[in-house]
Design a protein around this ligand. Structure first.
Ligand SMILES: Nc1nc2c(ncn2[C@@H]2O[C@H](COP(=O)(O)OP(=O)(O)OP(=O)(O)O)[C@@H](O)[C@H]2O)c(=O)[nH]1
Length: 111
């Protein structure tokens, strides 16, 4: 779906970038894709939540591991937009309250 994302950028008020944390191959390609999304001009000031999902699965990569493997702290510091990082399990509902809280406050700040 990546190739069609830019057609939505101009209408975007908040961006939820969901990464499958249980799939190491997808995690690395997602991080590269994230850098491209963050550098898109229409998203320069749009609040971003990077959500590491599927943390209920046995082999998921934790936020701590991902921060160190993909230098996420550097990505966050260098980006023009505010970026938050959260973990979730959509299956179990873990972390979803924080996602909604982030969404509410991101949209409130844009109004
Ligand atoms: N165990 C687990 N499974 C999940 C979770 N979230 C989604 N899934 C499952 O993952 C599969 C794909 O979910 P989708 O929502 O279709 O995600 P997608 O991005 O379209 O598909 P993928 O690219 O394959 O991840 C479905 O079978 C979901 O039930 C989660 O937090 N934990």
């Amino acid at each position: 779906m990546g190739p069609i994302w830019p057609s939505y950028y101009s209408e975007c008020s908040a961006l939820l970038f969901v990464v499958d944390a249980s799939n190491p191959a997808q995690v690395s390609s997602s991080c590269i894709q994230l850098l491209s999304v963050l550098s898109a001009e229409p998203l320069a000031s749009v609040p971003v939540l990077v959500l590491f999902n599927k943390i209920d699965l046995p082999c998921y990569m934790s936020l701590v591991e991902m921060k160190s493997l993909f230098r996420l702290q550097d990505v966050v510091s260098c980006a023009s937009q505010p970026i938050s990082l959260l973990e979730s399990s959509a299956r179990l509902g873990t972390g979803l309250a924080q996602v909604l809280q982030w969404l509410r406050s991101a949209l409130r700040e844009r109004c």
